[in-house]
Design a protein around this ligand. Structure first.
Ligand SMILES: Cc1cc2nc3c(=O)[nH]c(=O)nc-3n(C[C@H](O)[C@H](O)[C@H](O)COP(=O)(O)OP(=O)(O)OC[C@H]3O[C@@H](n4cnc5c(N)ncnc54)[C@H](O)[C@@H]3O)c2cc1C
Length: 395
């Protein structure tokens, strides 16, 4: 079943922020919106319920620049700006966080590190295929024993003669079981973080799926296990120097999540507004009750604030002025709002709110992962806390 209110979908634009978008950006949003309405929303509940990844959507998603939107066209990307990338993430996550997660990982955590830190050969070999979804990528930073503190990672990439030997394990990795390549971060013999590209089928490399998730059920998650995997120089990202390399890519992904969370918020709020206008209790529509209006008005105000935040982040990104701490504020604020909106809207719709035709439970469960990955809510609080006090709580 599917949300009965898809056809009446509204673009939330209370403060006329569309005036700050170019015609091209609006067209990009419209194209993704169309795919979300016609191809994602009609099937996503079934895929989430059955914990299946809708892989058949990948070619269609590639056509609307879901993969590598900001990568230059000479490498197969779309060469778009940061606001266009944000709008793509917003519309995909209005469909489902699982779809946006796949696109975020492919764009910001696989294509971006290859583009920023790879050799010319690596860029030409991988980026055009990743942009067309002819190849799927994964990003391996988190380990079984090290999540919020990746600097303590145990995975090792040790040079032996003209080869490199990779040993260790990465955990909770989006796309891992279906990935053709994984961008993996490991320490070398000097305890220094470096990056490499591991290809599916390499001897000693396996990607078991993590099952039984209650969250991001339409996303495929797994481990990356390296048992004496032999790599050569051509697998090493030559320009990736230290932990700041993966962290810089995470900044781009987190920026996209600040926009993506708007999409989940809009889907929930739109559905709750429409349902409350139709459902009658005590002889009048729910929308006529003052308590209902208070909840909807507050969520709508907070959505509008979150849209302003995302748009301003996009402007700063486009001007090369954005800081990681500003992105932390956007990711943390907007994801927390999305999660709260999903829960409140579920309650506004009563029992109907728990059923799969409506999106609330799916978004709420998804957002439990989104608030944890790409830096937990707490980690982003501490990044912002450090920024305003000058005190580092991580030491
Ligand atoms: C569905 C899913 C997909 C994911 N995909 C990827 C992926 O593709 N690639 C990848 O590398 N990783 C991925 N992750 C991993 C994710 O980034 C980590 O889960 C996240 O960084 C948190 O690490 P952790 O789960 O080990 O929690 P921990 O670091 O163990 O933290 C547990 C709790 O302690 C809190 N905490 C930790 N340190 C502090 C502190 N200093 N002060 C206060 N509180 C603190 C945290 O906020 C959290 O609430 C994914 C996770 C999920 C759930």
């Amino acid at each position: 079943m599917q949300n009965p209110f898809i056809s009446s979908y509204r673009n939330f634009d209370y403060l006329e922020l569309d005036n700050f978008l170019t015609d091209e950006q609006k067209l990009i949003r419209e194209n993704v919106q169309q795919i979300t309405n016609t191809q994602i929303l009609p099937i996503i509940d079934e895929y989430a319920q059955e914990a299946k990844f809708p892989a058949h959507l990948l070619p269609e998603l590639a056509k609307i620049n879901a993969f590598g939107a900001m990568i230059p066209t000479e490498y197969g990307g779309a060469g778009l700006d940061a606001i266009s990338y944000g709008l793509i993430m917003q519309e995909l996550e209005r469909g489902d966080s699982a779809i946006r997660s796949c696109a975020s990982v492919q764009s910001s955590l696989v294509m971006l590190p290859i583009f920023k830190f790879g050799s010319e050969e690596q860029k030409r070999k991988y980026l055009p295929k990743l942009a067309k979804a002819e190849m799927i990528g994964a990003f391996g930073l988190t380990e079984p024993n090290h999540g919020s503190d990746p600097s303590s990672m145990e995975t090792r990439l040790i040079k032996k003669g003209d080869k490199y030997i990779l040993n260790g394990a990465k955990m909770w990795i989006t796309n891992a079981p279906i990935a053709d390549i994984a961008v993996v971060w490991a320490k070398n013999e000097n305890n220094y973080v470096i990056g490499c590209i591991v290809e599916k089928g390499m001897h000693g490399f396996s990607t078991p799926e993590i099952k039984n998730k209650w969250s991001l059920r339409a996303s495929i998650t797994g481990e990356l296990i390296f048992n004496e995997v032999e790599l050569s120089e051509e697998n090493i990202l030559p320009l990736a120097k230290g932990l700041k390399a993966p962290l810089s890519c995470l900044s781009s992904a987190r920026y996209g999540i600040a926009w993506g969370a708007l999409g989940a918020t809009m889907d929930c709020l739109h559905t709750a507004i429409e349902y409350s206008k139709q459902r009658t209790q005590f002889g009048k529509p729910l929308a006529k009750f003052q308590l209902t209006q208070k909840k909807l008005a507050e969520l709508h105000t907070q959505l509008t604030q979150a849209q302003l935040l995302a748009l301003r982040l996009g402007q700063l990104y486009n001007g090369n002025k954005i800081t990681p701490a500003q992105i932390s504020m956007g990711k943390r604020n907007n994801v927390e709002l999305a999660l709260r909106t999903a829960r409140e809207c579920r309650q506004l719709c009563g029992a109907m709110g728990i059923i799969g035709d409506f999106p609330f439970m799916r978004h709420a469960m998804n957002l439990e992962s989104v608030i944890t990955y790409e830096g937990t809510h707490e980690v982003h609080l501490l990044i912002n806390g450090m920024d305003i006090t000058g005190e580092n709580a991580f030491e």
